[in-house]
Design a binder for this molecule. Sequence first.
Ligand SMILES: C[S@@+](CC[C@H](N)C(=O)[O-])C[C@H]1O[C@@H](n2cnc3c(N)ncnc32)[C@H](O)[C@@H]1O
Length: 247
Amino acid sequence: MSSTTPSVTLDYQPEVIDAQLDAGNDIYCRNMDIDQKLLDSVKGFLDEDEGRCLYEMALQAGRMGPCLEIGSYCGKSTLYLGAACRKSCSILFSIDHHRGSEEQQPGEEYFEPGLFDPQSGHLDTFREFRKTIASAGLEDTVVPIVCRSEVAARRWATPLSLVFIDGGHALETVFTDYNVWVGHIVSGGYLLVHDIFADPARGGQAPFQIYNLALASGLFREVDTVKTLGVLQRRPGAEMPAILANI
Ligand SMILES: C[S@@+](CC[C@H](N)C(=O)[O-])C[C@H]1O[C@@H](n2cnc3c(N)ncnc32)[C@H](O)[C@@H]1O
């Protein structure tokens, strides 16, 4: 490590933080260097505990290389990942075509009328996303990539320390995201998958299936599960099959 690189200490101490939060202190968010008001104002689907876990994992991963998320939406997960990347002097690639997933389209359960652009006749979350990143001062840390995930992956050649999959939730889409990105995760790096529901009555099964596929591959070990967020780590020494090592 060069002498100009600040050393990073992990400041995630759940007991201390819980006690401070109980005392009405927002120390946790100050430790994460994220404005709580901004977090609260950004539309999104991420639970606060899941966000903290994203932050913690990106803080660890950031020291090994760049992080990447699939599914930025309005930037809620980006705030957590980006703040950790900034702190660890890393960078976050944030991919989204910004046209919304199936369930966010007009007439569907998660449609947000305010995000619909009548001129183009499409959902457009990019404007909100840019606003979020600018408000958080993350423009020098987050690299937005506006296209389908598999397009961004076509000529990708940068090893990644963390991949967070939270894009489309149809099986084909999550399966594609897994297939095109997993081969870029460095040994000891992390794969995080959102919206894992073991019980089909609680939610769609595609992310859970992919999570299980990753485990069954033998490439990853389970690190943690925080609510619906699954955290896996690539086993050091686990050989990436040629079909996934798509560099
Ligand atoms: C569940 S939202 C992401 C939520 C976000 N992580 C948060 O914390 O609020 C899913 C996003 O994935 C994007 N998406 C869906 N399929 C995609 C694909 N194939 N490539 C890129 N983005 C995709 C949608 O446009 C949508 O914004």
